[in-house]
Ligand binder design. Sequence first.
Ligand SMILES: Cc1ncc(C[n+]2csc(CCOP(=O)(O)OP(=O)(O)O)c2C)c(N)n1
Ligand SMILES: [Mg+2]
Length: 359
Amino acid sequence: MADERVSAVQLLTPEGQRVAHPEYDINLTDAELRGLYRDMVLVRRIDTEATALQRQGELGLWAPCLGQEAAQVGSARAMAPNDFAFPTFREHGVTWCRGVAALDMLAILRGISNGGWDPSLHRCGPYSIVIGAQVLHGVGYAMGVQFDGAEDVAVTYFGDGAMAQGDVNEAFVFAASFSAPVVFFCQNNQWAISQPSDRQGNIQLYERANGFGFPGVQVDGNDVLAVLAVTKVALERARSGNGPTLIEAYTYRMGAHTTSDDPTRYRLAGELETWRLRDPIERLKAYLARQGIADRSYFDQIEQEGEKLAEQIRDGVRAMVPPKPESMFDDVYSEPHARIDEQRAEMLEYLASFEDAGG
Ligand SMILES: Cc1ncc(C[n+]2csc(CCOP(=O)(O)OP(=O)(O)O)c2C)c(N)n1
Ligand SMILES: [Mg+2]
C-alpha cells in the first residue's frame, strides 16, 4: 500500500491480483467468492439508498459504511452461526451478514424502533452509538460463554477513534486477564469524525495489543479475502481457549462521518481519490473477472438484485407505521413502576392538549 506506515496482510492487490502471504491463506469455492462480491454490492446499495432517503427527509440520520464493505463482510462471513457480533452504528455490512433485514437497520434511524432486531435471533447486538460501550459488552458476553463451557466467540467492532476510549482499554484488560474468547475488530477508517487517526500517537493501532499481552495484526481492510483469512485465524485462536486478538483493518471512510457531517471542511479531495483506487468491490470484481469466476451477466444480475432491494427499501421505509409515543415507556422496567406510570400519564395529557387546540 502507498502508506509506508502500513504492514498489512494482503491476499488481493488493489488491481485484483492474488498474492501469497507466509502466514495467512484462504481457499474458497467459486460460489463463496461470488457470494462475497454479492454481499458487498448489496450492502453498498443499502448504504447509498439509506443515505439518499435521509436526504429526502425519510431518516433522521445515517452513518455510511461506504468503502468499508470488505472489512465488514470479510470479518462477519468468517464467523460461525453461533458466534455473536457486537456492532457500532456503521456496521451495516456486519448486520447484513448476520441476516438482519435492511429495513430493520433503517427503522432505528427513522426513530421508530429502539433496537431494530432481536439480538439473540441474529446473534448480533444492536447498533451502539456510545463509542466503545459494545466492546465491554462483547467481553462480558465472551466471559459468560467461558463460564458456560461453550465454544462461541464474540466479535466486537469499533473504530480507530474508539481505541482511545476508556471502555475499550478496560475491555482489553479484562479479556487478557481472563483469556476471553473474543476478537477485537478495529476498523481504522482513518477518521474519527474530523480527527485523523494518525493523531493517535506514533505506533500503529494493532501494535497496542502487545502492551495488553495478546496478539495484534493489521490487515488490508479493503481486501475481503485477507480480512476473512485473518479473522478466521483469530476466531480459531479464541475458540480453542487461547484468548483474544486485536485485528486492525486498515481501510477508509469514503463517505461523510454521518449525514450530518461535511468532510470537505476537513480533508482534501485527493485523499478520497487515492482510496477510490483501492475500492474493495472493484478489486474483487477484477479478480473474479480475470479468473473467469464471474462474467458480465453475473455482475449485471447482482446489480439488478441491488436495484430491486433498493426499491423494496424505499417502499418499505415510507410504509413504516410509527409506534404510539407512549410505547417508549413500555420496556423501561420489566415490571410496572409508579414513576414511569406518572410520566406516561403526563405525556398523554400533554399530547391530548394539542387535540383540544385543533378541535
Ligand atoms: C462515548 C461517546 N463519546 C463521543 C461520541 C461522539 N462520537 C460519535 S462517533 C465519534 C467518532 C468515532 O470514531 P471511530 O471510533 O473512528 O469510528 P467511526 O465513526 O470512524 O466509524 C464520536 C467522538 C459518542 N457517540 N460516544
Ligand atoms: Mg474511524
